[in-house]
Design a protein around this ligand. Structure first.
Ligand code: FAD
Length: 457
């Protein structure tokens, strides 16, 4: 007998309940990845993620080959391709990771129906994409937590499943056709410095980070120049690393850094459980505030290109263009600047991030955008982050700004954060724009629009 392990956001051999269940249920397994034309037409298939995905698939194929198997790659409508493969190898069961987006939920339903029509069964596995499955902890009478702190308390007390070993051998039925595994070199339009993908890379990165920077993570995670966060987000997005395994390992390591890291993984689960319960929150305000957003194409383009005239905002936006990744503090600041100081719809910013982020993820991206815009779960929805205050706290001597803005590379120390204050002659030599808008004018406009008085920090 054979069964199918359909890989989606779980591109790994270690701690993979989908692969394990498929192996346990049959003599032979088809490790299948479908280049899903549905994802492509939804606009989520962008060069930076496609490049990272290619690395993940090559590494997965290599890992399977070491174990006597190989990856089968198909392209097309996922339900059609899975049914075709199941019928070619006579598989009765298809195993899949439960996932949260509206798209993933519809995909699961379509697959279930298409397989059932052929007399086959879809088996969906929990705690593959997240550490705790959505819905595992809920407040009484509700289907999800809307506020993080009580969620985190329950999340911390909930038991996690144990970690599964990678299989020693994988037997794949003979004679199945497969497309070549895509290569990163075939992808065009990729940002210059997109990180390498793949399970081997992810595991090595985590081990190195755990042995070093994790210790200082609690104190240093907001330091923009130090750049010592784990950078594991693309690996978690594609599932080359398992959130369950990371939580277990971090807890075993212990200490403030490990605790703070586990808390961030709980944030990830938190947003996933919101999206699982409210898939429309990917596009619609979770908590509508009656916003009448502004839309000025020039301002939006300046923000996207890192030419707002506020160096810390611009540095972070240039990092995104260059690496397809941005530090969390940069994401908070640039999102606040767009949605509050410029008062532009969070969906405009979320789309730009999704076009570039290697870790671009519907749950984490859309719900963090809503959190910052104050249409989501933030308990301080009208807070406006001030780039100058943020600069003083998180890039005090301007190192991060000089790293990303070559036109300001010669401006010394903290003065790089306010180029408009430089003497006229020096200022005139810099190819750098004047601020797009005054910070208090922007914040006041936003607060008035929300019918409030507030403060910015
Ligand atoms: P670390 O600080 O090392 O944290 C470890 C892991 O915890 C991360 O890899 C990530 O999986 C998770 N995590 C950390 N912070 C958050 C958070 N606030 N919400 C959810 N999970 C978190 N994260 C994404 O993975 N994909 C996105 O598309 C995304 N978009 C964002 C958009 C905005 C506007 C904001 C404010 C945040 C966004 N984040 C997103 C969350 C966070 O910024 C990134 O996960 C983090 O910067 C990744 O870097 P790291 O792996 O070094 O994180």
């Amino acid at each position: 007998t054979a069964s199918v392990a359909l890989f989606t956001a779980d591109l790994r051999l270690h701690d993979n309940p989908v692969l394990r269940a498929a192996l346990d249920s049959a003599d032979e397994v088809v490790p299948l990845f479908v280049l899903d034309t549905g994802v492509q037409s939804a606009g989520y298939d962008v060069p930076n993620r496609r490049a990272f995905l290619a690395d993940c698939l090559s590494d997965l194929d290599a890992g399977l080959r070491e174990r006597g198997g190989r990856l089968i790659v198909r392209r097309g409508d996922v339900a059609g391709e899975v049914c075709a493969v199941a019928s070619e190898c006579g598989a009765q069961q298809v195993h899949l990771a439960g996932d949260v987006s509206g798209y993933a939920q519809r995909r699961e339903e379509r697959l279930r129906r298409a397989l059932a029509a052929d007399g086959r069964r879809l088996c969906v596995h929990d705690a593959v994409v997240t550490a705790l499955p959505p819905g595992a902890v809920t407040p009484s009478g509700r289907d999800h937590f809307a506020v993080f702190t009580p969620y985190f308390r329950r999340w911390t007390g909930a038991g996690l499943r144990g970690v599964l070993h990678a299989p020693r051998t994988v037997r794949v039925p003979e004679g199945l056709a497969s497309l070549p595994v895509p290569a990163r070199t075939e992808v065009s339009g990729v940002s210059p410095a997109v990180a390498a993908g793949g399970e081997s890379e992810g595991r090595a990165r985590f081990d190195a980070w755990r042995a070093g920077p994790m210790k200082t993570y609690a104190d240093q995670h907001d330091d923009l120049a130090a750049d010592t966060t784990s950078r594991l987000s693309p690996h978690l997005h594609f599932g080359t690393l398992s959130a369950v395994e990371l939580v277990h390992k971090a807890r075993r390591t212990g200490g403030d850094g490990a605790d703070a890291f586990v808390r961030q993984l709980a944030w990830r689960d938190f947003h996933h459980q919101v999206l699982a319960a409210r898939p429309r929150a990917a596009h619609e305000d979770y908590r509508p505030r009656g916003d009448r957003w502004r839309h000025d194409e020039d301002e939006i383009a300046a923000w996207q290109q890192g030419r707002t005239g506020y160096p810390l905002v611009d540095a972070a936006m240039r990092q995104l263009l260059h690496e397809g990744w941005m530090h969390n503090r940069g994401r908070l600041l640039t999102a606040s600047f767009l949605t509050k100081t410029l008062y532009v719809d969070w969906r405009v910013g979320a789309r730009h991030f999704l076009d570039l982020l290697v870790d671009g993820d519907v749950a984490n991206n859309q719900l963090n955008w809503q959190w910052v815009a104050g249409t989501g779960n933030d308990t301080r929805p009208n807070r406006v982050l001030n780039p100058l205050t943020q600069a003083r706290r998180f890039d005090p001597d301007g190192t991060y700004v000089r790293r990303w803005l070559p036109e300001l590379a010669d401006v010394p120390g903290a003065s790089v954060h306010q180029p408009w204050k430089l003497p006229d002659r020096e200022r005139a030599r810099l190819d750098y724009p004047q601020p797009l808008v005054g910070l208090s004018a922007g914040a006041d406009r936003f607060l008035r629009a929300r019918g409030l008085e507030g403060r910015s920090d």
